[in-house]
Design a binder for this molecule. Structure first.
Ligand SMILES: [Zn+2]
Ligand SMILES: [Zn+2]
Length: 70
């Protein structure tokens, strides 16, 4: 899988992670990895109990969109 954000810029970078929200591949530069609080929003993501409160990978657009709701 290739990094979606790089692909949009015409670069061909292997993805190292997958965004948990939208599922697109992201490279090291575009992946945002952080511990997030319990999910409360209705956003399409439906998280399983066992991955709550662990480090999650988000892509930049999802991070931007979601951090405003935390
Ligand atoms: Zn990238
Ligand atoms: Zn995403």
């Amino acid at each position: 899988m290739k990094c979606y954000l790089c692909a949009k810029k015409g670069k061909d970078t292997d993805a190292v992670a997958v965004c948990i929200v939208c599922g697109m591949g992201v490279c090291m530069d575009h992946a945002i990895r952080e511990a997030t609080p319990i999910w409360k929003g209705d956003y399409p993501a439906r998280l399983e109990k066992d991955i709550e409160n662990v480090m999650r990978i988000l892509c930049q657009p999802c991070h931007e969109a979601l951090k405003e709701n935390w």
